[in-house]
Write a protein that binds this ligand. Structure first.
Ligand SMILES: [Mg+2]
Length: 329
């Protein structure tokens, strides 16, 4: 479960905004230039040239007796607009080319990280599966709207992860029997290419872990489907009393607290003697696992939801698991 839906930034938006602002400035400059030419054209009986491109270069004889001044300005306006469009397209093409180059550099660097990685840790919700497990569970227990409202308030209010987890589970008030029934009739869709990626990582000598703020009860079947053993799951545990009623969550799990994913990756790294670990996920808590002693590199997965602030902070953002597969040499 990611707690970062509220984050918004703009890896590509900022660059496109910059290009857009630049294009607007160019259009303003061009408009001023055209109007200046227009003004001078009324004083001097010569032809003037508008537009920088041969296909849009227009010569107009400045004969005051032909055409009204309004039609002349309309003509000037069309000519300037055409030139501005071409300028904007040119700048947009240059910006796209720059983005492509940046992405290529990031991909090359990430291929190097993956090559030396001992393990790759995956977030689960909106990364391995195409949904948020706790939202599905809340819907099943009739608390979908209440949990969604609380999640939004928790993010806006900066509530600690453990407080939000506690509040949401109390709203859901799950039972052992209900969770078992939910899991028996509910299969979480695995993201395309995920199984193949795990196979490729394992055959390349990398270990694969699942690090999630979701629940073991729901993640275990997912892990089984993609070939990850349960002892490589770091996630939360819903507890029940003898009658199967909700009895809280296991607060000894590192993932039950703020900063928990970073702590989980640190434990994975230290206990296995790993030198290099790559984290893959969609949320801010996944990005925050890239700390000293934790994940060395972070891939933002945007295939389910794109959180701009996370993508901006990532070493690489990808929309498909196959893109990570392609980086494994
Ligand atoms: Mg997630």
């Amino acid at each position: 479960m990611s707690s970062s839906s509220a984050h918004r930034g703009g890896l590509f938006r900022s660059s496109s905004s910059s290009a857009s602002a630049s294009a607007s400035a160019s259009r303003r400059q061009l408009r001023s230039s055209c109007l200046a030419s227009s003004s001078s054209s009324r004083q001097h009986p010569f032809s003037v040239v508008f537009g920088g491109s041969p296909s849009f270069t227009v010569r107009r004889s400045l004969n005051h007796s032909s055409g009204s001044s309004s039609s002349r300005y309309h003509f000037l306006s069309l000519s300037c607009a055409a030139s501005a469009m071409m300028s904007s397209e040119s700048e947009s093409t240059a910006a796209n080319s720059n983005n492509d180059e940046q992405q290529q550099i990031k991909m090359t660097r990430m291929a190097e990280w993956l090559k030396k990685a001992d393990a790759v840790c995956f977030d689960v919700d909106s990364t391995v599966i195409n949904t948020e497990g706790i939202d599905e569970l809340a819907d099943y227990f009739g608390a979908g709207e209440a949990v969604a409202k609380l999640t939004k308030e928790a993010m806006e209010g900066g509530m600690k992860f453990e407080e939000a987890l506690d509040a949401r589970l109390k709203l859901i008030n799950p039972t052992q029997q209900g969770v078992d029934k939910f899991m028996a009739m509910h299969a979480f869709p695995i993201m395309p290419g995920m199984r193949e990626l795990v196979v490729k990582l394992l055959t390349s000598g990398k270990q694969v872990f699942l690090v999630s703020g979701g629940f073991r009860q729901m993640i275990a079947p997912v892990a089984n489907e993609i070939g990850v053993p349960v002892n490589k799951i770091y996630a939360n545990n819903i507890m029940f009393d003898e009658e199967g009623k909700y009895a809280g969550f296991d607060d000894t799990e590192p993932t039950s607290r703020s900063g928990g994913k970073a702590e989980a990756v640190k434990r994975i790294k230290a206990s296995n003697g790993f030198q290099t670990v790559v984290m893959v996920g969609d949320g801010m808590t996944d990005l925050e696992a890239r700390v000293e002693g934790g994940a060395d590199a972070f891939i933002c997965f945007t295939g389910v939801v794109r959180r701009d602030a996370v993508a901006e902070g990532a070493d690489l953002a990808v929309g498909e698991m196959a893109q990570i597969m392609d980086l494994l040499l």
